[in-house]
Design a binder for this molecule. Sequence first.
Ligand SMILES: Nc1ncnc2c1ncn2[C@@H]1O[C@H](COP(=O)(O)OP(=O)(O)OP(=O)(O)O)[C@@H](O)[C@H]1O
Ligand SMILES: [Mg+2]
Length: 508
Amino acid sequence: MDEIIKEISARIDAVEKRNRRANVGTIISLADGVARLDGLSEAMYNEMIDFGGGVTGIALNLGEDEVGCILLGDASNVKEGGEARTTGKLLSVPVGKGLLGRVVDALGRPLDGKGEISADGFYPVEKIAPGILPRKSVNQPLQTGILEVDAMLPIGRGQRELIIGDRCTGKTSIALDAIINQARINDEHAGEEGFRPVYSIYVAIGQKNSNIARTIQLLEKRGAMKYTTIVAASAAENAANLYIAPYAGCAMGEYFMQNGMDALIVYDDLSKHAAAYRQVSLLLKRPSGREAYPGDVFYLHSRLLERAARLNEENGNGSLTALPIIETQQGDVSAYIPTNVISITDGQIFLETDLFNKGVRPAISVGISVSRVGSSAQIKAFKQVAATLKGEYAQYKELAAFAQFGSDLDARTKAIIDKGDRLAEIMKQPNNAPMGADAEIAVLWALKNGFFADIEVARVSDAKAALESFLSARKPELLAEILKKGAFDGDLDAKMKSACEEWRKTFA
Ligand SMILES: Nc1ncnc2c1ncn2[C@@H]1O[C@H](COP(=O)(O)OP(=O)(O)OP(=O)(O)O)[C@@H](O)[C@H]1O
Ligand SMILES: [Mg+2]
């Protein structure tokens, strides 16, 4: 009898030990936020692994006799030889309106000292993007408030538009202006029947803490923070946090989209994201390919950006617009990561150091920038005044390059250059000063109808500012009518004409 009991308890022990080994692992190596564990044979891909002390890991490599985990948060207390256990949960982050106005880390934990986050629920960080059927094509504009973008590279809700350029060319500024403009519009139309606010998520990846602090300050100052969530994974954190942050931000944005609302997400920037993923992959000893990136680096960004979408009515009519940012080296858009992301997005806003240094700001190179889907969402009045601008601008650039060598220009060439000079001036815009769509349309109407033609080029930007303040102070009802009618007809044209004539009398 004793023998049998001994035998049975030995077997139970063995099973328990195996089960325990299945769900509890021992850290055999730990470096730079990547741990390799013995045991944990039950771990699932992307499962949260509890390392104790508030440190969470994610199982990324499921090997035959070991599991590779990346560690999120401050992992300084985790040591080799320590234990970690499976949780049975996939990595998820809190979502909901309670995140607006908050700064959180890659796991959605508060970084702003404003207390607990009141979440509406948790969304998995990785999710399959909506298929074709629940989507519809973009049909509502996302006004960035940047005249050049709204006129020549219009963005629609649900679109993915890449902002790409070298260091310090104004990439972040464009994205932040778009966020600030959403807040301005939200404030202006709050409570109006049928108005759909846009909520923003700004994901800071691998930036200096001082930069992130400046961004928070700017958004606070401009009253945009209350509509915005900032997901911060700074350069000081380990690569795993940088790798997860955009997916976490995306889940927070998806909440708005899935619940019939509109959201805008900025990934600043995906070059640093790719570098963080490369680091994680090398530490996990995955085979590396071109530029030492792992073979699935395309999938890294495609599965993220595919999640931005415009859903159809049956699916709640929500949208998630994505503005990923990529930093290039010496304008090289054909490098590995830039070409990947260009091919995934619906267009790109290309910024040039040369233009930036010449004071052409925003430093958008119109010729190689494109927005492939947004124009179907542009309001008609905008199309009426802006449809030909991109072509005119391209023609002007080409002729201007030649004209600097010759002095004798035929009348037609001179006319194109004169007009282009003024167009280029009109498109200059300081950062943090987004314009309303009404003012943008009115300025372009005046340009199209020759009201800037006899103004010296050097004074055009003053004239533009004067027109804007004249209209907002003296003709607010006309500005309102532009948006209300949404298109120019004979009557509105006549009103604009008389308003512009009046303005020109005040602007000598
Ligand atoms: N339209 C503008 N007019 C005037 N100044 C601008 C404009 N846009 C950006 N700047 C200024 O240029 C500087 C760089 O801008 P920003 O940080 O947006 O560039 P970036 O490309 O994101 O830089 P980084 O590569 O460091 O991330 C900032 O000081 C900003 O204030
Ligand atoms: Mg930047």
